[in-house]
Design a binder for this molecule. Sequence first.
Ligand code: PBG
Length: 332
Amino acid sequence: MKALGQFPFSRLRRLRTQPWLREMVAEVRLHPSDLIYPMFVQEAAGRTPIASLPGISRVGMDALIEDAKRAESLGIPAIALFPVVDASLKSDDAREALNPDNLVCRAVKLLKKEVPNIGVICDVALDPYTSHGHDGIVVNGDVANDETVEVLMQQALVLAQAGADVVAPSDMMDGRVGAIREALDEEGFEQVSILAYAAKYASAFYGPFREAVGSKSNLGKSGKHTYQMDARNSTEALREIALDIAEGADMVMVKPGMPYLDIVRAASDAVDVPVLAYQVSGEYAMIHAAAEKGWLDADAAMMEALLAFKRAGARAILTYAALDIAEKLRGQ
Ligand code: PBG
């Protein structure tokens, strides 16, 4: 008989020998219900491919309904909508954001009629609507916090009136969650929930998204560093998250995802509301660009990246790969 402690007494490879065994002892799993599908909505019918997001298109109302039905049938619980607003409708004060008949409101109304059982999440931020590409109202060269919050409250109301189930402020203004919660409750929308982009970093990984919604050239060289978080900070992220929860956020999000998994882990350990993560456009683009060069297996790399979010404690993941991965998880 081998003495205790004799090498190798512990053989961790034992539980890795068979696929069924690996399956049985897996600590986390990825399921279609973990995935939220972000979609870009355009005015024109059909699909317009987005070069920097291989496999993803801007969709007209027809394709939006088609894809939402597909998402629902795959078990994806919700989609997140981003409008691609015509340049002629963009202005300094983002007034189109408050038009109850704007593109995203029409999309929400149609979705609620045609695909009533999928959750609809709408971004609250002004960047699709501003001629300068910033998330808020610019005064003296910077986004003015309190003026912007006034507009965001109204934008959230317009979205709730259209039928949005969840409003997701992604603007990083101070105090906006509380203001939006109050405005929603006053108007009888106490069932509309708030998913706060609580720890949202000023990131280079948003490039393809800005191209998709057409805010990139408008934004030009100016960044969002006066409102989005500094990549060097993590304590501050927990502060942002705590504040948003205190102001009434039902769920909080960390964004981007993979470069900020430490924040996802810290947040899920620290708070008792669901913590979501956003695998942003640049993360998706990196994997697909490498795959196009033959340097990576896109499906395997994507699956591994999404599992990392689960391991870090994310309750759900916004990912452009949602349809693809849900299909693979279902073996279709
Ligand atoms: C808008 C918004 C952005 C993203 C989601 N909402 C861009 C930004 O803040 O500039 C990025 C998502 C992505 O890159 O996939 N406030």
